[in-house]
Write a protein that binds this ligand. Structure first.
Ligand SMILES: Nc1ncnc2c1ncn2[C@@H]1O[C@H](COP(=O)(O)OP(=O)(O)OP(=O)(O)O)[C@@H](O)[C@H]1O
Ligand SMILES: [Mg+2]
Length: 248
């Protein structure tokens, strides 16, 4: 059973870089237990939204409330302690460290016993246990993505932010990543995904938001958006893969 409490509420968020606004008043929310997708064309502000939620960028307007706490303008080192983890679009692990060392690094802010978290990560990603002593940089693309997500899970977050988790992977690996994300969610973590691969992402999502030029354009249930003619025409046209078949 999913608890219905709002874990994240973003209201009228204005954010950007130096003197340039990229987000012009974005609003969105996540109920506890949900997977929510943010989709939209290149440059529409998806990563900027994620970075602002996590505290890497300081918003110029609006509010971010996480678990009933106002975290607007709060820096990542504190946000992470409140129970939010972030896997960025860029390289999300240390290639020269072993898989196990990477997972341990993920828990660096903890001074308690991490063995339980490690077992939970291994339960979802058994391959990481087998390859614990292997340098992360020598793993396949799909396995490297698992290391990045596993690392973020070492803090047992309530909310996991994933920026383009399937980007650059072969189709079979992409499917595996989406299946694993759904599994992480079933184990109790709320998830926000930013994806180019909108069909697959909406296929495993409870709800989704479509951004356009830093503004909300559409929102709805994941499968509804997949059937919305305007969304299809504007954003899903050339996508090419079928809707997700992963059970939620
Ligand atoms: N560090 C930065 N400094 C200045 N402008 C930036 C920076 N990062 C991104 N931008 C600009 O902000 C806008 C939104 O970028 P953002 O990365 O949020 O888009 P996105 O929706 O994640 O795109 P993509 O699908 O390509 O990942 C773009 O015009 C981009 O050029
Ligand atoms: Mg991006």
């Amino acid at each position: 059973m999913k608890m219905k409490a709002r874990i994240l509420e973003v209201s009228d968020l204005v954010s950007g870089y130096t003197d340039l606004d990229i987000l012009h008043g974005i609003s969105m929310h996540i109920e506890s237990g949900e997977i929510v997708s943010i989709i939209g064309p290149n440059g529409s502000g998806k990563s900027t939204l994620m970075k602002t939620i996590f505290g890497l960028l300081r918003p110029r307007g609006g509010t971010i409330v996480f678990k009933d706490r106002d975290i607007t303008g709060v820096k990542p080192d504190r946000v992470v302690r409140f129970g939010m983890s972030y896997v960025p679009q860029e390289k999300e692990f240390f290639p020269s460290l072993t898989v196990l060392e990477n997972l341990e690094m993920g828990a660096f802010i903890r001074d308690d016993d991490i063995s339980e978290s490690l077992e939970r990560v291994y339960a979802i990603f058994p391959a990481l246990k087998e390859k614990g002593q292997i340098r992360a940089g020598s793993l396949s693309g799909g396995e490297q993505r698992m290391v990045g997500i596993g690392r973020a899970l070492m803090l047992s977050p309530d909310l996991l932010l994933l920026d383009e988790p399937s980007a650059g992977l072969a189709p079979v690996m992409r499917d595996m990543v989406f299946e694993k994300i759904a599994e992480v969610n079933r184990a109790g973590t709320s998830i926000l995904i930013v994806e180019q691969n909108a069909r697959r992402s909406l296929g495993i999502s409870d709800r989704g938001y479509v951004l356009e030029m830093g503004r909300n354009r559409f929102e709805g249930r994941g499968l509804e958006l997949l059937e919305n003619e305007d969304v299809l025409r504007l954003y899903l046209g050339g996508c090419g893969s079928s809707p997700g078949t992963v059970a939620k």
